[in-house]
Structures are given as C-alpha cells and as structure tokens.
Design a protein around this ligand. Sequence first.
Ligand SMILES: CC(C)C[C@H](N)C(=O)N1CCC[C@H]1C(=O)O
Length: 632
Amino acid sequence: VKRSSTLNNNKVLGYPISIFFIVVNEFCERFSYYGMRAVLVLYFKYFLRWDNDLATSIYHTFVALCYLTPILGAIIADSWLGKFKTIIYLSIVYAIGQVTMAVSAIHDITDKDRDGTPDNMTFHVAMSMVGLFLIALGTGGIKPCVSAFGGDQFSEHQEKQRRTFFSVFYLCINGGSLLSTIITPILRAQECGIYTQEKCYSLAFGVPAALMVVALVVFIVGSGMYYKAEPQGNIMLDVCKCIGFAISNRVRHRGKQYPKRKHWMDWAEDRYDKLLIAQIKMVLKVLFLYIPLPMFWTLFDQKGSRWTLQATTMDGNFGALVIQPDQMQTVNPILILTLVPIMDSLIYPLIQKCVNFTPLRRMTVGMLMAAIAFVCAGLVQIEIDKTLPTFPSASQSQFVNGMGMALNVSTPGVYVGLIDSSYYSNYSLVNNGKIIFTIWSDTQACNYSREFGFGSSYTFYIPGNLVCQNDITATEDIKPNTAHMALQIPQYFFITAGEVMFSVTGLEFSYSQAPNNMKAVLQAGWLLTVAIGNFIVLIVAEVAKIPEQWAEYILFASLLIVVCVIFSIMAHFYTYINPAEIEAQFMKKGDDNDEDDKKQLQKGMEMVKRNSTGSHSYDGDDDDDERKKTKM
Ligand SMILES: CC(C)C[C@H](N)C(=O)N1CCC[C@H]1C(=O)O
C-alpha cells in the first residue's frame, strides 16, 4: 500500500493532477529527442563532412546507447537517488548535452577565414560527441524513471486509470516526436550565421535544447504534487549478491542427501530474507519472458531503413501533397495518435466481451500484426519488382553535348557540370517535379524545363544547333516509379496497430508486475529489448545477403511468427501477480512463523513498511481483481 494521503485530494476525474506534469514533461522530452535525431545524420554528413558509412554507424550507435543507458538510470533511481531526483539530475545532463550540440553546430565559432566552412573540425566533432554522450546518458537515464514515476502516482486499486495513463503517456511520446520531426528539418533548412549564411543546424538543435529545458521546468513545477517513493538502499547490489549466493549455495549442495528446493532462488534462503527472494523471483520471471521480445523491435526499426529505401522506388505524388520517402515514417506517430484512443475505447472493450484479452495476449497479437506488416511489405516489394528496371540508379539524368563547344548545365541546387564538346556528363540526381535546367556556353544561354517522375532516369541530347527547349531530345532510360507510396499504408497500419498492442501494453505490464523497489529496473529491462532489437537490425544489415528484398521481408515475418509462438507458450505458463499483495503477505506470514523465520522476515517487513507511505484510497475501479492470478 503506497502513496500519501495528501495526494488523494489532488485529483481530477479520478486521476492525480501530478500526472499532468509527467505527461507534459514526456511530450517535451520526446520532442527534444526525436527532433535532434531527425537532423543528426544530415549534420554528420553535411556539417562534419563524414561519409555515409561513418554517419550511419555513429547514428545507430548513438540510438542503441540511448536504449542501453536506461539500466544505469534505473539503478541510480531504485538504489540511490530515487526516481524524482534522478529525473531532475539527468534532465540537467540531458539539457547540457542538447545545448552542447547546438553550440557545436555554430560554424562561425571556428570559421576564421569566413568562407562558411568551419576551420577547426576537431573542435566541432569533439563538441558534438560530448553532446551526444550527455544526451544518451540523459534521455536513456530518465526514460525508465519517468514512466515508472508516472505509474507510482496511482494507488494499487487504480489499475484502470494507470492503464489509461500509460496510453496517454504513449500518445505524448508520439505527439512530441511527430511535431519535432516535422519542425526540426524545416529549421535546419533555414540559413543563419554571423559572417556567412549557412544551413541552420544550430537552430535545429537549439529548439530541442529549449524544449528539454521546458521539460525540466514543467517537471519541477509539479514537485509538490508527486508521490515520491524512497529508494530502498543499494537494492541492485543486494539483488546481485543474493543471486550469486543462491547459485553458489546450489552448487555446494549437489548431492542426493540434500533435499530439493522448489526454485533455484530458494537456495538463497539460508542467508537472505524471503521478501527479497520473492521480489527477485518476480523480476526474473518477467525478464525471462522478455527474451523473445527484441525480435519485435528488429522488425519495427526497419521502418527507418528498409521501408524507407522501399519508398524511394515508389511514387510519392499524392496530388496536392508530394511525400518524400523518409517522410513516410511520420505515418507511424500519426497512426499512433489515432489508434491508441480507438483501441482503448472501442477495440479492447469489444474483444474483452468475447475473450479475456490479457496483456500477454495483446502483446502476442501485437507481434502477429508486425509479422503481417512484413508480409504486406513483401507483397508491395513484389509489386515494385515487376515495374523496376535495374540500370541506371533511380532519379537521375545525364546530358550528351552534341555542340561544337563546351557547355555548362545546372539547375538550382545541382550543378551538372561542364560538358566538353561531343562528350557526355555523369548522371546527376534531381528532385521529382518540374525542373528547369540552365544551359550556357561562352556565347549563349537558355533554359530547358522538364517534368521528372519519382525514380525516373533520362539522357538528354543537346544538338549542334541549340536554340533550346524544343531542340533537346530526351530519352527515357528508366520509367518513373509506378508503384504508389500509398501501397505502404497497410504495412504501416499493421506495424503501428502491432506497436500499440505490444509496446503500450508492455510498458504497463512491466510496471504492474514489478516489485515496488524495482519498478524502474523492470522499465529499463523493457527498454533493453528495444536496444537489442536495434543491434539485431545492425547485424542483419551486415550479415543478411538475401538477393530478393521481398524474400527478406517474408523471412523476417516468419522469424517473428516463430518467436511469437515461443512467446505465447512462455506466456501461457506465466501467472499474473500483484506484487504489492505478495509483499504484504510476507508481512502477514511473519506473524505466524517461528522465531527464526520471523527474524528473517523482519527485514522484509521493514522494506514493505518503508514502501507504505500513509493511507490508501480505494477510489478507482478494481476490475482486475479476478485477473490477479490468471494465466496468459
Ligand atoms: C518511432 C516513433 C517516432 C516513435 C515510436 N512510435 C515510439 O513511440 N517508440 C519507439 C521506441 C519506443 C517508443 C518510444 O518510447 O519512443
């Protein structure tokens, strides 16, 4: 039983007011994180002048680090500072990191010769690496704490409200990320500078930095309203020692003369209190269940890579709207914003009328949905392959100069180059839509315009007697993409519906099944599945050499289905628990036990008492009581 009585007075519609500050904080933080991430690769490539490979590797390493550091944040929170202080301190580190990034992107700082390019690249690289490290520490460190801290604001009997909170929390993640991925690229495209005007990366990083400061301020403003659980001493050290002792004790008592114990962790009973052992068992059970989960994220993360590449071979013309391949990714947060409320208010209650749609069942269906998404991606790929020639590469054009003199050809943003007489240019990449080329020689200049479809490729022949527009002959080397990007919508729909069922549920499940003193640790365990999924994508990208892309999609779908079957079997044997109830039972048992046991349990009881800060209000729906001990 937790939460102070003062909290119960600060409610709106049965929800603690404190969660308002937490969800606003999450919105601003995710704006900051995803906004910075949206322009990061371009910053590496165009500002730091790294090649594609280095830019991609550092980008993925950074993303993976952001999902590894939650372990650190969780340990600090659960063992030392508590969630509130950890969030405050690591948010400061995070904001400093964002500001460092913004400063590292000011080209004028080292542009001594005022030519628009930084003269001391080492300075900018060093600053941005320090900035990224601090950001990874901050964003990852606070992530498990913020979600667990939000969950802490509800009493044990407000499970329904707590579930809604996790849905709103997820909406805020995606609202923030959607807005920032639209806004920061626009900011980046602006020009700024003191001596010369260059692409404004400092603004694109500066606005996320400002949002992180806002996130911190909002969180501090709510300070008086939070329930703040005290950390339980160095719990992670106790956990490790207890597990270590259980293993060594088990090994020391191998013979038949030693009676078996129900669980291998019970071998720690000789030295550690039963409550701690029970809590470790709860955590291990959930962590064991997580083993197959990274596979979901492996598929999910390919939205940003494989699916975006797929979109480059498609037609993004939606009439009034022309969608670029990488912009298709925003379909995910847009769909999250629509699907979460629909699922919560309509789909789940409807399904619940027919079957007991438990969290683990939802997660299983979520994984199946992701597999279906990849089958859709495979089918779309087959459709694309029917229309796709192989040479030359997409969206390019070349010019053949038939004139007796050298010619220059350019279009805004692209300089095709100087073409010698009776010679040809290289293929140049241009945008889709109407493009106007300027062709000029020493004696004449003219404009030539042409409509380019997505993925098309042309050779233009400039005759000897050039007058312009009508004289140039165009040969279509590759037809424009005919498979429309709208074909990707079903795969985005299924992966996002899967995400809602899998990720939102998983977040809440991780909270509800964790003992009070290890809530943040289990949230971090959940986030670790995202990190491992990211790593698998990196490995797969290097190792998988499947020549047909559609076959790779189907392979991934099949792998996820296999993993899904394994998960559903594991989930079948999982018994839902109410950690607070189990912890309370140890208090009760203590009264009935013999003296020795009583002494052992004393410590555990103290722990539970420390968790129980004040009275508890039974005001929420307790519709989950019958599920407390249900199977999958
Ligand atoms: C990739 C989207 C912008 C965000 C995504 N839908 C999402 O909410 N998440 C992906 C990893 C976990 C979660 C997050 O916390 O960002």
